[in-house]
Design a protein around this ligand. Structure first.
Ligand code: F6R
Length: 364
């Protein structure tokens, strides 16, 4: 039931504060992550983890890309790969490798096959981050951490992605704890998670402004999405959403890669979307964007309110509130989902059922 919403996708975008809160429910307490939420055997397994292989497809892969920044910040070596490649390579599975799969459906053929091959190759253990408790992926994994996004009907994944990020944030904390994450640092990360539903709610408050911004994309054939650090995969996800449902060709780049090629594409017809959290990379992002401006590129910026003043007149700028860096990828995802949604509505595409795509990809 779409309720008062025109599409399931919009309904699901607006459900995010609630499903993020559900995904945290009973898993954090008194400034700590309760690691029993990963399953009974979790503490012993987590003690033995020396590195992590994350494998997933599509949007779930982007969640894994964000998690790599989070895990490595905690000193956990981490690789991330799309399942269709991982399963046909011969990945070196060193002792102590935790295989982490991420999947909304738990039935994605390539992700399942990658899990099976990692088990056969002797990974330490397997963890599924999944939204469907009775799925094959959950049944076949030793540890599970369920996202509690509820049923996702829109083919373009939204609330499943942000709840995956929440689950991965919990994983980074429990592994970090074993590598010197102090109790007060953990408490700060947990506090940021507790603020997350409210901050996502605030980001949803940009809906009308994003709808107005969408007008500028209706006639465009291409768009570039930029981000740095943990916002690089957020840019990838924003680009994927736009191409999936509006059929506009969108590409994401790490902003530092611009001058290595894509800058050649930038002119007045190329909208450039960038997400800008308040972190150590902001000066770098400013100089990347100056390069875009100098080539006449039109900038569409989503910036933390703490840094928004750096972005001069003549850009389309929307401010999300002030967001802790540890959860910024979740919050910045929201306006990009809304942008893709409103552009698609404007173009009159079938938002919930984009052409050529299936909700669950059970064949390779
Ligand atoms: C994009 C999208 C897909 C899925 C991918 C993996 O909006 O929904 O890219 O993320 O097919 O699906 P799951 O997560 O079910 O394994």
């Amino acid at each position: 039931d779409k309720g008062t919403y025109r599409h399931f996708m919009l309904k699901e975008i607006f459900e995010q504060p609630a499903v993020i809160a559900d995904t945290l429910e009973g898993r954090i307490s008194n400034g700590r992550v309760l690691e029993s939420c990963f399953g009974f055997e979790a503490p012993a397994v987590l003690d033995a983890v020396q590195q992590v292989h994350i494998v997933a497809c599509g949007t779930s892969f982007h969640a894994g890309m964000v998690a790599r920044y989070w895990l490595e910040e905690q000193g956990v070596p981490c690789s991330v790969e799309v399942a269709s490649e991982y399963r046909y390579r011969r990945p070196v599975i060193a002792p102590g490798t935790l295989f982490v799969s991420i999947s909304q459906s738990g039935e994605t053929a390539d992700t399942l096959a990658a899990l099976r091959s990692a088990k056969a190759a002797g990974c330490l253990s397997s963890l599924a981050i999944c939204n469907v408790p009775e799925s094959s992926l959950v049944r076949e994994s030793a540890l599970t951490l369920m996202t509690r996004a509820g049923r996702e009907i829109g083919v373009a994944s939204t609330k499943a992605f942000t709840t995956q990020l929440v689950a991965l944030r919990l994983l980074a904390i429990v592994l970090g704890r074993r590598r010197g994450l102090a109790a007060e640092q953990e408490a700060a990360l947990v506090a940021a998670l507790e603020h997350l539903p409210r901050q996502v709610e605030e980001a949803l408050g940009l809906n009308d402004a994003v709808e107005a911004m969408a007008q500028f994309f209706g006639e465009k054939e291409h768009a570039l999405f930029l981000g740095r650090g943990s916002e690089y995969p957020v840019a990838m996800e924003g680009a994927l959403k736009l191409k999936e449902i509006s059929y506009i060709h969108a590409e994401a780049y790490a902003a530092g890669e611009l001058k290595h090629g894509p800058l050649a594409l930038v002119d007045a017809n190329m909208p450039v979307v960038c997400v800008i959290p308040d972190n150590a990379l902001v000066e770098k992002v400013i100089s990347n964007l100056q390069e875009v401006r100098a080539r006449g590129g039109e900038l569409f910026l989503f910036a933390d309110s703490g840094v928004a003043s750096h972005f001069s007149e003549g850009t389309h700028l929307l401010q999300v509130g002030h967001v802790d860096d540890s959860i910024a990828p979740v919050v910045f995802t929201v306006p990009l989902q809304l942008l893709a949604y409103h552009v698609a509505v404007l173009k009159g595409t079938d938002v919930d059922q984009p052409r050529n795509l299936a909700k669950s990809v059970t064949v390779e």
